[in-house]
Each structure stands twice: as C-alpha cells, then as structure tokens.
Write a protein that binds this ligand. Sequence first.
Ligand SMILES: NC(=O)c1ccc[n+]([C@@H]2O[C@H](COP(=O)([O-])OP(=O)(O)OC[C@H]3O[C@@H](n4cnc5c(N)ncnc54)[C@H](O)[C@@H]3O)[C@@H](O)[C@H]2O)c1
Ligand SMILES: [Zn+2]
Length: 358
Amino acid sequence: MKELSVKLKDGEYKVYITSSMDRFSQALIENKIKDKDSMFIITDDKVYSIYKDSIEKFKKQYNVKEYCFKEGEENKNINTVQGIYSFLIENNANRNSILIALGGGVVGDIVGFVASTYMRGIRYINIPTTLLSQVDSSVGGKVGYNYNGVKNIIGNFHYPEFVYISTNFLKTLEEKEFQGALGEVVKYALIRDSNFLNFLNENYKGILEKETDKMIHIIKSSLKAKSEIIKDDLNDRGIRNVLNFGHTVGHAIEINSGGKLTHGEAVALGMLTSIKLSENICKLRRDLYGNIVNLYEKLRLPTKYKVDNYTLFMYAINHDKKNDDKIRFVLLEDLNKPKVKVEINKKDIINALKNSIS
Ligand SMILES: NC(=O)c1ccc[n+]([C@@H]2O[C@H](COP(=O)([O-])OP(=O)(O)OC[C@H]3O[C@@H](n4cnc5c(N)ncnc54)[C@H](O)[C@@H]3O)[C@@H](O)[C@H]2O)c1
Ligand SMILES: [Zn+2]
C-alpha cells in the first residue's frame, strides 16, 4: 500500500493507494472515525449493480445506509443533490455523520458538494472507482454540479477526511473510460514529472494490462503532481491553471466530437496542439512533439482529429468573445516548465491545429 499526504492550509489528509478494500477499516481507525459516527454510502446505479454484494456486506458490517442515483454526467445536477439532501434528512443525518462517495468523478463531485453544504458542512470520505477519479478528481477539493447546461458552475471547495483508492475497481471499468484517463496521466508527466514520462514510455504494456504495481505507480505519481501544484493555490487563483494544460482545445474537441471522444482523449489531442503552439511561441524544443505522439501510440491514445468547420470549432473554444480576441493558453517552455496565461491569436490556434492533429 502506498500513502500520500495532501497538504491543506491547516492540516492535511491522506490518500491510501492499494489493490483491494482490505485496509479500509484500518483507514477508518487511523482517521479517528468511530463506530458511533453514522455513515452513509452514496453511489450510482452502475457501480451499485457491479459491486452489489460487497456494498451489501459493507452496509451490514458498519451499519450504514446507502443511497444510489442514476449514473452519468447528465445526472450531475440539482435534482440528484436534492435527492441526497432528502435521504439524509429522512435518515436523521447530523453534524457527526460521514458521507462515503463510492464511484467516479460524478459521484465524488456531487457527494463532496452535498457534504460541503449539509448542515453547513459535514465530513466525507472518497472512494474513487474510475481511473479518472483515481488519478485526478479525488484530490483537489473541488466539488459541485452542472446547472442550466453549464459544467461545474455551482460548486465549492471541500476536502475529504481521506481518499481510499483500490485499483481492483479498474478491472470492471469500460475500456474507453480507462483509455481516456491516460490522457490526464500524460498531462501530469508533461507539466510536472519527467521521470514519470519515462516510466510511461517504458511500462506502457503493463499499464494497458492494468498490472497492479503499474496502476499504483501511475495513480501515486499523478496525485503527487496534482497535490504539489495545488498546495500553493488552494483556492484556484493562479498556479493551479497549469492543470488546464491541453484543456482549451480539448474541451472544444470534446464538444465537437459529440460524445465520440472521452474528456481525457480530447485533452490528449488538445495537449498535442498546445505542444505545437509552444514550439512557435515559447521556443519549446521540437523533438518533444514526436516523442509524445509515440507515447500516445503506445498507450492507444488518439493522435489525429479532423476539424470540419474551423469557425464553429473556434466558437466552441471561446463562444463568448469576439473574433479578434486573444485566448489564454497554458503552454510549455520546456518539459515540466509550463507557462500560464499566454495570450494566443485565433489565427495561431488554427495554424497549430492544422500542423498538429489535423
Ligand atoms: N473535482 C475535480 O477536480 C474534477 C477533476 C476532473 C474531473 N471532474 C469531474 O469528474 C467527472 C468525470 O469523472 P469520471 O470519468 O469518473 O465519470 P463518471 O463518474 O461518470 O464515471 C464514468 C462511468 O463509469 C462508471 N463506473 C464508475 N466506476 C466504475 C467501475 N469501477 N467499473 C465500471 N464502471 C464504473 C460510472 O457509473 C459511469 O457510468 C466529470 O463530471 C468531471 O467534471 C472533477
Ligand atoms: Zn481534465
């Protein structure tokens, strides 16, 4: 088992990274969570159906109640939040209660938000079950939901008591979900950790096979990178911006693909365009692009995307600004040397798109 401490302004919390749920009760004790503290496990219907037997066993063992909502990004909304509030009130949840989020990023974001608001804030534990939530969303304290079609527009910062990661969950994950999250993994290696980049290049076979030690290594390295970046910017005012590397173009590709590409796959493509822009604008060395394309091929990440209509595409990148406005990018001056808030012309973005993924 590996452990990681995530530093906060006043204190820290632990992330346990291991291959099963066997050490969970030990983690409860270590974090001073007592039997008399009422616990509520909250998950989505897909996770529940796959892990029904273990969840039912856990409920008996710890005397916890469970609430399940419909899976998917479209249910990351106020109705789901209200459903959980009602469930908690009906079951007399109080200030000592603890919520357990069991699921992917949607469950983690929603349950964290409910925990941050119910009775002005109660404790929660995060058990992320997708690769994306294990390498990314379970750390950082951002919680929230989508409203009126705007992603994560309602939200808060609320940190869990601890995060417990079991790589066993990844075995049941759909291939596309697994693959996409590798895009975010490469992001951490690019912006922060060149040894990790070497590890990915050397161990891609074991990673695709989901070998336990490889999974534990990529989760720990990604979360270490993320927690180091956010520790100086807990409220997301500046340096945290580097986490958006690849995301400006990535978001537009995600929308443009109409659901064909996952978020992580789209971000992977966005990073290639950002690397190309970095060559021209930040004098980034020119061999990195080819090296990263090679790595993508090893990890089965996409390297090409056809943009049919650049006008529509640019609108997706920056729909609320006029044509001549500049757009802010995170670029790379060198490997692991990101530069935030670089203003780029639309023309340069289109050129970079044409010279990279098109
Ligand atoms: N808070 C943050 O800092 C942060 C960072 C990145 C992403 N996010 C959010 O995370 C969400 C995406 O997370 P996600 O990709 O985990 O999506 P998700 O929670 O929708 O999970 C994807 C799918 O996998 C299923 N699933 C979960 N665990 C499984 C398992 N072990 N086996 C089989 N199926 C399983 C889910 O039911 C769902 O159908 C987005 O809403 C995004 O905004 C938040
Ligand atoms: Zn992302």
